[in-house]
Design a protein around this ligand. Structure first.
Ligand code: G6Q
Length: 546
């Protein structure tokens, strides 16, 4: 396949970076009254305004041409169809099948996966029903009103983010905790807050071999037994979410208490599978189904909408434009909704683990920047923390601003104030304030000319900082499902243009291997050779711990 940088479409964009890419958004808005309607769209309950990004009609056309040249749509269809597009792991990538409806569309090695998906969903539904009705009781006969999910990475971040985002939909009286870190503090602090008689432990691990999760699960089990339960009681209080039946059995969980998923579900794309059980237990089955339905709406849009209107496609391409052609290093996710306070953490994994790659599908080094550094915080909190750098720092950082028009907590004028900030920040980032404007404002405010000259450079804002605004009527299970799917597909698009495998994560392996080798050295054993720094630190830790 032709290297991306040798495609004429790639080089056309390179040329545009020096012309259209340099245009100031202020000017682009001044020149074109239709800019907002030209560069915005709607799908699955989300309105997306990308008119404040650094694109023009020519750039959009060129990006769409690049997408065609890179075969993005063909790769999308291959993903939906069940082709093993995760080539380095030899797996299909079919999270879309977890929320699909139409039979015969998602085939793995010729076999429709939908019947299995449906069967597992229906087992989950029936289990939720038994927990919620109190039919499934703990070992002392009490209903289980608390869930402790033990998992990490993809088996944690999605369920945490979604249960937080949908807290207004939580069933009355239900509590959920998430334990991920191998730091004993995480589990210990959680165990202090729960009652073993009313707690269901959900051990969530695709592989059922992950060090952190297995360590936490064994300790939780030991604690449960120490509280007076017997080995036989474990079955009532522990369930597993996994693809590894043998591992689950070995741990001591009856496989009838196991909810399955498949190797074609990537960890960071798994909240729609059995990994979503803690979500369903917290918000109820109907709401969990609405979450899937919302995602399906976005899937359908991504699969069928014309390229010009296809929001995940356009946003993914704009990400490539900002990153690879305009050299922007980071990407901020700024939800103006307190319930979405874990969205940035979730997207850090979704995006950076997917697109933080530097070799192409065939193993040759890329010669252009790929995945950006993702970070963020709920608005307005971030405004009082790191927005300074976004407005006036030396890096230009594209931002996503997200907000619901309606709040679940319409308290006084809080939401109007929140929305005013949600609108003002992108406006400020787009317009900026010239030094002349800053000087004039200072003079108007009573400063003398010398003082105005001295302060104006500090009070000037360059502007021309790109933002995308994503608006929805309300954060509901369905709109949240659509929002997550929008990001999943947007990440897919950027990865496809970059010709990288967005679905493996070899970069997390090396550290894991070295940690395993170091562990004996912290428990009295001997280890391998290390660099002087690592050896010095090990010696120091061992000395401190006696
Ligand atoms: C996600 C990654 C990773 C994974 C965790 C947990 O895409 O693969 O974050 O989810 O390492 O893995 P297990 O579910 O196998 O415990």
């Amino acid at each position: 396949m032709t290297a991306r940088t040798e495609l004429p479409e790639w080089n056309a964009l390179k040329a545009l970076a020096g012309t259209d890419g340099e245009r100031h958004l202020r000017d682009l808005f001044a020149e074109d009254e239709e800019r907002f309607s030209r560069f915005s769209g709607e799908a699955a309950g989300l309105f997306v305004d990308y008119s404040k990004t650094r694109i023009t009609e020519d750039v959009r056309d060129a990006l769409l041409a690049l997408s065609r040249a890179c075969g993005v749509e063909a790769r999308r269809d291959a993903m939906f169809g069940g082709t093993a597009i995760n080539e380095t792991e030899g797996r299909a990538v079919l999270h879309v099948a977890l929320r699909a409806q139409e039979e015969g569309r998602h085939l793995v090695e010729g076999r429709d996966v939908l019947p299995d998906v449906r069967a597992e969903l229906s087992r989950m539904e029936s289990f939720c029903g038994k927990i919620h009705s109190g039919e499934h009781k703990g070992h002392t006969g009490k209903p289980l009103d608390t869930v402790v999910n033990i998992g990490i990475g993809g088996s944690d971040l999605g369920p945490v983010m979604v249960t937080e985002a949908l807290a207004p939909y939580a069933l009355k009286g239900r509590k959920v905790h998430f334990v991920s870190n191998v730091d004993g503090t995480h589990l210990a602090e959680t165990l202090r807050r729960i009652d073993p008689e009313t707690t269901l432990f959900v051990v969530a691990s695709k592989t059922f071999t992950t060090q952190e999760t297995m360590t936490n699960a064994h300790s939780a089990r030991a604690w449960f037994l120490e509280q007076g339960a017997s080995e036989d009681d474990v079955a009532k209080h522990f369930v597993a979410l996994s693809t590894n039946e043998e591992g689950v059995r070995e741990f001591g969980i009856d496989t009838s208490n196991m909810f399955r998923f498949w190797d074609w579900v990537g960890g960071r794309y798994s909240l729609w599978s059995a990994i979503g059980l803690p979500i369903a237990l917290q918000i109820g089955w109907t709401n969990f189904e609405s979450l899937l339905l919302g995602a399906r709406g976005m899937d359908e849009h991504f699969r069928t909408a014309p390229a010009q209107e296809n929001l995940p496609l356009l946003l993914g391409l704009i990400d490539v434009w900002h990153r690879s052609f305009l050299g922007m290093h980071a990407h901020a996710v700024l939800p103006y909704d307190q319930y979405l306070h874990r969205l940035a953490a979730y997207l850090q994994q979704a995006d950076m683990e997917s697109n933080g790659k530097s070799v192409t599908m065939n193993g040759t080094p890329v010669s252009y920047p790929t995945g950006a550094i993702v970070f963020g915080e709920a608005g307005t909190n971030g405004q009082h923390a790191f927005y300074q750098l976004i407005h006036q720092g030396t890096d230009v950082i594209p931002c996503d601003f997200l907000a619901p028009a309606r709040s679940h907590n319409p308290l006084g004028d809080h939401h109007e104030k929140l929305l005013a900030n949600f609108l003002a920040q992108p406006e400020a980032l787009m317009r900026g304030r010239t030094e002349d404007e800053a000087r004039a404002e200072l003079i108007e405010g009573g400063a003398d000319a010398a003082e105005a000259d001295r302060l104006a450079p500090h009070k000037a804002f360059p502007g021309n900082r790109p933002t995308v605004s994503i608006l929805t009527e309300e954060i509901t299970p369905a709109t949240l499902g659509a929002l997550i799917a929008l990001y999943e597909h947007r990440i897919f698009v950027a990865g496809a243009v970059w010709d990288i495998n967005s679905f493996d994560q070899w970069g997390v392996e090396l550290g894991k291997t070295l940690a395993k080798a170091i562990l004996p050295e912290l428990t009295g054993g001997t280890g391998g050779a290390h660099d002087a720094s690592t050896a010095g630190l090990i010696a120091r830790i061992n000395a401190s711990r006696g």
